[in-house]
Design a protein around this ligand. Sequence first.
Ligand code: GAF
Length: 388
Amino acid sequence: MTPEPTAEISSVSTAFTEAFGRRPNGVWAAPGRVNVIGEHTDYNDGFVLPMALPHGVRAAAGRSRHARVRVLSLQEPGAPVTVELDARPGDVTGWAAYVAGVVWSLRTAGYDVGGVDLAVDGDVPAGAGLSSSAALECSVACALNELFGLGIEPVDLARLAQRAENDFVGMPCGVMDQMASVNCREGHVLFLDTRSMVTEQVPFDPASRGRTLLVIDTHAPHRLVDGEYAKRRAACEAAAATLGVAALRDVALDELDTALARLDDATQRRRVRHVVSENARVEDVVRTLRTGELDEIGPLLTASHASLRDDYEVTVGELDTAVEAALSAGALGARMTGGGFGGCVIALVPRDRADTVVEAVRAAFSDAGYAEPSAFTAVPAPGARRLF
Ligand code: GAF
């Protein structure tokens, strides 16, 4: 017998029932994320350190007898979108492509996904670089995995969701966001080696140290599908080829100067310096957190931002202004998080300075003529799971 849905899931469950005339077989949830450090390292086989947010996507799902996918979103007005089960890349555009892409990815990997109806509901702030797409993909991937008894392990599920985004949606992202959405744990950051896919759950509880991890949404529109992300990735791959390594992960920090001297292209030199130094910063942060220290990670976060601004060139005025204002108002460290070109900044702050820091960022934005930013406290939340 199916248990009664709780308040948390009743809206998406009710939407499913209203649209499809029956109750869903279950509701699955997958979170968005903030990345504490390790930016633009995942597609270089490097290290990342994300944590899940309480914000995410809930997917109510039910098997159907028809050979098609029907999906509605509570964030998108209108009737459910209908997609054929054998839809191919290019056949579906817009938000539904993330859903159809997961179906395509699983089916082309040989998994027997049949007809399905879905209702999705999300609360990851849109366009903020907090990984709403991975949350959507992973909620659907988890639902299909259980509904059709596919038995896919979490790491493989994340890879298949990444493939949906790479090859169906057309965004050449790395695997960080999907791994975070599937594998993060409450109260922890996820240390991921994107080459071996080995993970370590590192305890992370700023509140117990009187600290707050603020997420400041600059509301600067964040766009990763416009080609800049792909250009960064291509520059890294070209540099790795020139250096004769499989990926920039293979360049150690103490070999950096030698490697840079072998690159003629000044842009590639900057990109390589960011990736190599960022990998080293992730390892430093993890070492620091393992010892139970927290404040010492602040300067590493700030150094990461400087590298993303000066060498990787993925920041915008809003991100730099937010970081500078936060640091001036007493943040222990601050950096952009996610792909960049807009989106959010994180700031590690003493709890009793949190309001002051947010006010300082607001004032700096007002002076600069930017839209008003918003902020919330990030608390490490659980990864993807079945809600009922
Ligand atoms: C985006 C991508 F989706 C990730 O894979 C990662 O590369 C990130 O940008 C930058 O670190 O979120």
